[in-house]
Design a protein around this ligand. Structure first.
Ligand SMILES: Nc1ncnc2c1ncn2[C@@H]1O[C@H](COP(=O)(O)OP(=O)(O)OP(=O)(O)O)[C@@H](O)[C@H]1O
Ligand SMILES: [Mg+2]
Length: 239
């Protein structure tokens, strides 16, 4: 479970997050909101890239402020990036291998873990291809493969669906649906694609101006007038 208590992040005069409190227990949770709502900032706080100005975040009862940023991957906190960060001059397999130095592998052979992860995301045939020679979609899938090895507890994805062709979106959706069952990690999914969120997330948290404006079952949350007003740019009925 993701635990967020009274979390504020101030960037100079700009508030990234404002007194946010939430409990997110579902295996696959959506995180949505308009541009600048604070979604990436929340992922950055959970992964340690940004320090809270006030407040705290925790996972499964463990306060994350006690875990240094370089130890968070070993603890099980993983992410993909809004601008993906595949290493260009390493092969797909070696991109995953580099992570395995820093996470628990339970004595399993690395080659097997890498092969399994590549297979899961549909890159079984691409293990020897350099990062720079993968297309945008394949790089995104490689980031997911990298996140799922070595006992992850929480995998956060920052707009994995952006700019994909329809058949790629469909494959991404299947991968996200199976991810929790496959590796046991809780998944937090940020995306502007409401269809992707609806198809994969049992619960959804909606942010606006750094605060939670709704949380609950995805379909009912997305139907709320205040969510539609904030997120979809639909004006609330004045009646
Ligand atoms: N490093 C930073 N320095 C200054 N301001 C920042 C920084 N990171 C984020 N912000 C500001 O904090 C607010 C929240 O930004 P954030 O990137 O978390 O939004 P987001 O919900 O991920 O938006 P998008 O959907 O566009 O990715 C915005 O006003 C943004 O400009
Ligand atoms: Mg963002």
């Amino acid at each position: 479970m993701i635990e967020i208590d009274d979390l504020t992040v101030q960037f100079g005069g700009v508030r990234g997050l404002s007194e946010l409190t939430a409990r997110l227990p579902e295996p696959v949770t959506g995180l949505v909101g308009p541009n600048g709502a604070g979604k990436t900032t929340l992922i950055n706080v959970l992964s340690g890239f940004v320090r809270p100005t006030t407040g705290r975040v925790g996972i499964d009862g463990q306060d994350l402020s006690d875990i240094a940023i370089h130890k968070r991957a070993a603890f099980g906190i993983r992410r993909t990036f809004q601008n993906e960060q595949v290493v260009e001059n390493l092969t797909a397999a070696d991109n995953i291998h580099a992570i395995l130095d820093n996470v628990p592998t339970d004595g399993q052979p690395r080659a097997a873990l890498i092969a399994q992860a590549l297979e899961f995301v549909g890159l079984a045939a691409k293990g020897n291809v350099l990062g720079r020679d993968l297309n945008a979609y394949q790089r995104r899938m490689l980031e997911i493969a990298r996140a799922m090895v070595g006992r992850p507890r929480l995998i956060m994805m920052d707009e994995p669906g952006a700019g994909l062709a329809q058949h790629e979106s469909e494959h991404l959706r299947d991968v996200i649906r199976q991810l929790h069952g496959h590796c046991g990690a809780q998944v937090l999914l940020v995306d502007h694609d409401v269809d992707l969120i609806s198809a994969t997330c049992t619960a959804t948290l909606v942010l606006d101006f750094g605060s939670a404006i709704a949380y609950g079952a995805t379909a009912s949350v997305l139907a709320e007038p205040k969510v539609r007003a904030a997120y979809l740019g639909v004006l609330e009925d004045a009646t």
